[in-house]
Design a protein around this ligand. Sequence first.
Ligand SMILES: [Zn+2]
Length: 134
Amino acid sequence: MDPHDEPGAPGPRPVNPLEQALHAARALVLADLAAREVAEADVVSLVEESVTHRRWWVEQWPDGAGFLPGLVAQDVQDALLERYGRWPLCPVCGTGDPHALDVEPELGPDPHWVCHKAGVRVAAVGALDGATPS
Ligand SMILES: [Zn+2]
């Protein structure tokens, strides 16, 4: 962002806090998809579908803007489960059945990927790339 921009000055892109929140949520989920090497074109379109849906949602409830990363992550997770399978696979548990991480809180700020089997927080949504596979 250009620090010389005056607040309220007309620009090519009007700054809408909800659009910023949606953009941030989209970027975080795309980063997690890329971290697990599933950021293919059709997967990106799943993210876009979620963002479109959540744009409507957050317009009804602007106070929920901080919940968008967790919600978009869960939307994409659900869509992937139908089309591709579990995502993101747990990098913590080395044994047993492969299982997906869950977003916690489901509806709240500062969402994290957690493994309920091991009972650990693996990474913040958007930070899966830094999570070390065991
Ligand atoms: Zn696990």
